[in-house]
Design a protein around this ligand. Structure first.
Ligand SMILES: Nc1ncnc2c1ncn2[C@@H]1O[C@H](COP(=O)(O)OP(=O)(O)OP(=O)(O)O)[C@@H](O)[C@H]1O
Ligand SMILES: NC(=O)c1ccc[n+]([C@@H]2O[C@H](COP(=O)(O)O)[C@@H](O)[C@H]2O)c1
Ligand SMILES: [Zn+2]
Length: 274
């Protein structure tokens, strides 16, 4: 008999969040509505993982500030949280490693939950276990899926030479799944259609069309801040207060890493020359 209950999903967004904007938060709401509309999924959690300082992107301020701003921005959400594990690593980590880490955490939490259940409901479980031949198989089936959430620009960056490894893309998209929000100027469907690699995994890529096109970008916010312009309503008030209190985003901070190569380019060009 077909299982009518929707699969649980955890959404993970990786990026600079320099700083977090309302659009980063909207991505989660849009993705949840889209997935739940299919009747196949129930989104139980959203995780925002700011990239570590070793990513070396131009203008990237210290991760402690970026993490704190995400914490403030997600305070009012009942399901989106920040996770600082990635940002605490001394080296830049490929996104696939971040995805694996969070999946392992989810599975470990499921096992812990089962252990607690075992003590609390030992009797009930014994009865249930008799109904299933392999409890492990069922545990796995009930475990939440983890999907990477991103904007269309990240999907399009898969084709940039020396930025992503083919096997990493295959693992992220093939094994976990991707939810991609349209961003003005891009057409993810066309992009998937034109890529033999992505076409293979098309059923694992959920494209969410944002009809209320919203072109907020962190770059735009940083530029406005440098010019002393208002950024109100582009990001939460608590984040704006934090930026003001700590004097973040100046002409000087925008020059950070200006003469450094982005970590993935550095790593993959080293690999191809050695
Ligand atoms: N307006 C938007 N529409 C759709 N996706 C977005 C939007 N802004 C950011 N994202 C997505 O949010 C994630 C984190 O992106 P990132 O931190 O680079 O934000 P950004 O606004 O693009 O910043 P920057 O301008 O510094 O590149 C990425 O997956 C990116 O595609
Ligand atoms: N090969 C990879 O795994 C790879 C390459 C480029 C960017 N990324 C990630 O994608 C995100 C992109 O963030 P930005 O759009 O802010 O540059 C970051 O989290 C970064 O670590 C991963
Ligand atoms: Zn970006």
């Amino acid at each position: 008999m077909e299982d009518p209950s929707p699969s649980k999903v955890v959404l993970l967004a990786c990026g600079s969040f320099n700083p977090i904007t309302n659009m980063h938060l909207r991505m989660f709401e849009l993705a949840r509505d889209h997935l739940e509309d299919t009747g196949q999924y129930r989104v139980i959690k959203g995780i925002i993982s700011p990239v570590g300082d070793a990513y070396k992107k131009k203008g990237l301020i210290e991760s402690c500030h970026r993490v704190e701003m995400v914490r403030l921005a997600t305070e009012s959400s009942g399901w989106i949280t920040v996770d600082s594990w990635e940002s605490q690593q001394s080296e830049w980590l490929e996104t696939v490693k971040v995805v694996r880490h969070h999946y392992e955490e989810i599975i470990a939490a499921e096992h812990n939950k089962d252990d607690v259940d075992t003590v609390k409901h030992a009797k009930k479980r014994r009865i249930e276990e008799k109904r299933f031949e392999s409890s492990d198989q069922n545990k796995k089936r009930d475990a939440p899926h983890l999907m990477l959430l991103c904007g269309a620009d990240v999907l399009e960056s898969f084709e940039t030479p020396n930025l992503w490894k083919k096997e990493d893309i295959a693992e992220i998209v093939g094994r976990y799944g991707l939810v991609c929000i349209t961003r003005s100027g891009g057409d993810p469907h066309k992009f998937i259609n034109q890529s033999d690699e992505l076409w293979k995994y098309r059923t694992n890529i959920h494209v969410v069309h944002e009809w209320v096109t919203n072109d907020i970008s962190a770059t735009h916010v940083r530029r406005a801040l440098r010019r002393g312009r208002s950024v109100r309503y582009l990001l939460p008030d608590s984040v704006i207060s934090y930026i003001q209190e700590h004097g973040l985003y100046s002409a000087e901070s925008e020059q950070k890493n200006a003469d450094v190569i982005l970590a993935p380019f550095q790593r993959y060009s080293e690999a191809s020359t050695s």
